[in-house]
Design a protein around this ligand. Sequence first.
Ligand code: SIN
Length: 491
Amino acid sequence: MTMLADRLKDRALLKTDSFIKGRWVAGAPWIKVVNPSDRSELARLTDVGAEGACQAIEAADIAFQHWKKTSVFERARIVRTWHDLIVEHADDLGALITAEMGKPLPEAKGEVIYGASFVDWSAEEAKRMYGETIQTPFPGSRGWTLHQPIGVVACITPWNFPSAMITRKCAPALAAGCTVVVKPAPETPLSALALAELARRAGFPDGVFNVVVGEAAPIGEAFTRSDTVRMVGFTGSTPVGKLLMKQAAGTVKRVALELGGNAPFVIMDDADIDKAADGVIASKFRASGQTCVSANRIIAHEPIADQLIEALKAHIDEIKVGPGFDDGVTVGPLIHDEAVARVEGLVKNARERGAVIHAGGAPLVDQLGGSFYAPTLVEGGQDFELDLANNEIFGPVASVYRVGNEDEMIRLANATPYGLAAYVYTRDVGRVHRITEALDFGMIGVNAPMVGSSATPFGGVKQSGIGREGGKWGVEEFTELKFVLLSGIDQ
Ligand code: SIN
């Protein structure tokens, strides 16, 4: 703990208790937070459980009564101050992410700035929640709509983006006039608590922003059972998303779910292959492959498949794997040893089915002393039955398949219950339209390996989720549309 504190310019950002109603609240002694690069202990947490979650919900409900009436310009000022403090402390927040999640420090700082951009955007966008006047069929009447904050929002956030998934959900909610209770992943609570400390300094009134730390199931149930909580926002696995949706049905609350993906990365024979290979590397190895939008199935047009594989091999040879604080490292550890074992199982299945392993293909746990897996390139040929093709890999394994024609490439790309992100590399404008219209995914990058930004809608279709984060849509998600009919205006 002290070693991590020593890394920080502002040691007061290192917190381990929950943040409820503007105070730091300890619960029962709970688990340790561990650095996945070397398994060293970073902090010991306390668990406030369902009781703490209920206290936070109550505090958020009380705070909502005045926060919703605060002028949007005043709310935006406080949200903007939070943004400024996040940017000012980007080095420390980045160090916390690297320590608890493992991603390389430059990437971690990039996440902080990416996350802050949603705070900045939300502060501005909330001012633009416009209603409409509507022509009505009733003589002497007028109708109009209002966007009003939905109420208390519970956010359950993942470990792969310990900072940005909190800001992407909470900033639009807060700017829209909602109050928030966040439950961060137990692996990465330190980033969430540091954001709470900065929210306190930014001047959010007590109870507007709360963070509860503890075991997932009781806190999740407290959120979903509560009639006060009007919306649950979740980023994480599809099975947990389904469970939350089922639980939320009891009180008919809104859910916004950003769930698993199985992104196809479709590369056509007319594409710029060097750019496509760069794109695969950027998409695949960010966060060691532990993102929902990571290239999961690289579907190469047969004529360019060999060239692509050679280019990918050359890139992978240059990747430096190691602890995220080390200079020049671009791929860090996986989150824990179970994640390594899971990836190992997927690659074992590929090997058994005759896939060719061009690079990597083994854990580096013994060599590097943490939860490391070697950057890996698997050529699956035409075998779309591989476990690698049918599961979200969530690890640094690129799996390439060869397909002979465009229709078949589209069919295979869509052959998944998921529909979050997809990528297409082509220079043919006709293909751009045909393929993007045919792909059943919420976001499509054309000659672009990353799709998220504060200005644009992020979210999936099918079993990848419900709702959109980012842009004007991200703010609207946290509002209710109300219709007012005024009649009898004619004298
Ligand atoms: C995610 O993988 O959940 C988020 C990735 C992103 O925002 O780009």
